[in-house]
Design a protein around this ligand. Structure first.
Ligand code: UT7
Length: 309
């Protein structure tokens, strides 16, 4: 769906969306697809790429704020749809930071000796939770899923460092108010469109820049590296201007920064794994490269990692 497509539905223009966000187009799931269907497609590609057998997967972690149902978890449906053994499968809710939270959690399970092969995925169907009449938010998002297979290794590759954080005091700045225990669904909540994204964009913007920069710098330091040692930075893609401000503050050159927002928009937690895959396919990541990533999202939540490929 292009910016021009949106301009036929709400009072917006390709020029406004491009200059204010960097977005040119986004992809929306088909009406019969649920979040778990997107995860399954991504998981199949990841399993093939990792050259593992489905039987070897010991845990499924899915990051999403748009589960198929309130319960069971999307992870449970993925386990069923992939025909896997009765392994632990569950969702984590950390919005745009959910893939990085999933990687940190999966890495910890491996290092603790609890599991050795873990499927980590993040998926969102944002088109189901945006208010299609609110130009302030509807044009910003896309649907997608990404997945990775994590595996214990004695080699040098893997997650070199991580940091994560959250501040619930700022939760109201980016929230889907209705549909949970605080405000159960009713005719009134539906009429008032309270089951959709409500965001104070300006406020979120400022916190995003600060936390993305902080996470990137902390992850680099914890890996005992400097920004010069980073071969590619893959930031969360919510707004080109957020990325631009982050790299200026963290002193990371634009040439070493991966930008995919023009093609995908903000797919919440799915943005980073999809961007990593796009970068790999374009030859931007080589074996031995140090890849930095950082994310920020609703909660507020944030995280940063350095990964050696
Ligand atoms: O994934 C993590 C969470 N999300 C984010 O990180 C998003 C963070 N925030 C942002 O990216 C930006 O704040 C936005 C892209 C949401 C908005 O950009 P902005 O430069 O902060 O614009 P604004 O909200 O200050 O709005 C400026 C004007 C307003 O008009 P008035 O009041 O000045 O007349 C808006 O009504 O732009 C108007 N506007 C639009 N105009 C055309 C807002 N959305 C649109 C639109 N088309 N789609």
């Amino acid at each position: 769906m292009t910016n021009d497509d949106w301009s036929k539905l709400v009072d917006t223009t390709d020029e406004w969306i491009t200059t204010r966000t960097g977005i040119k187009e986004r992809h929306f799931a088909a009406p019969d697809q649920a979040t778990s269907d997107l995860v399954v497609e991504a998981a199949k590609l990841a399993v093939k790429d990792a050259r593992v057998d489905y039987d070897e997967i010991e845990v499924i972690i899915v990051g999403t704020v748009g589960a198929d149902n309130a319960y069971p978890s999307t992870g449970n449906w993925v386990q069923k749809k992939l025909g896997l053994k009765p392994i632990p499968s569950f969702d984590i809710s950390a919005a745009c930071s959910s893939f990085l939270y999933g990687l940190i959690l999966g890495d910890s399970l491996i290092k603790a000796g609890i599991a050795n092969t873990i499927l980590v995925s993040s998926a969102e169907i944002m088109s189901r939770i945006i208010n299609w009449e609110d130009r302030n938010t509807c044009v910003l998002f896309g649907d997608g899923a990404g997945a990775a297979v994590l595996r214990g290794s004695s080699g040098e590759e893997g997650i070199l460092s991580s940091c994560w954080g959250a501040d619930g005091n700022l939760g109201d700045l980016l929230v889907q108010p209705a549909g949970g225990s605080a405000m159960p669904a009713s005719a009134e909540t539906v009429a008032k469109k309270l089951h959709s994204v409500h965001m104070k964009g300006n406020e979120v913007f400022k916190h995003a820049v600060r936390r993305m920069e902080e996470s990137a710098i902390t992850a680099i330091k914890r890996a005992n590296l400097t920004s010069k040692d980073i071969d590619l930075f893959i930031p969360h893609q919510a707004n080109y201007r957020i990325i631009d401000a982050t790299i200026r503050r963290a002193k990371i050159p634009l040439e070493k920064t991966y930008i995919s927002i023009d093609k995908t928009a903000n797919m919440s937690g799915a943005t980073i794994p999809v961007a990593i895959d796009m970068a790999r396919q374009e030859g931007r990541i080589k074996p031995g490269d140090n890849v930095l990533t950082s994310a920020f999202g609703a909660g507020f939540t944030w995280a940063g990692l350095v990964i050696k490929f």
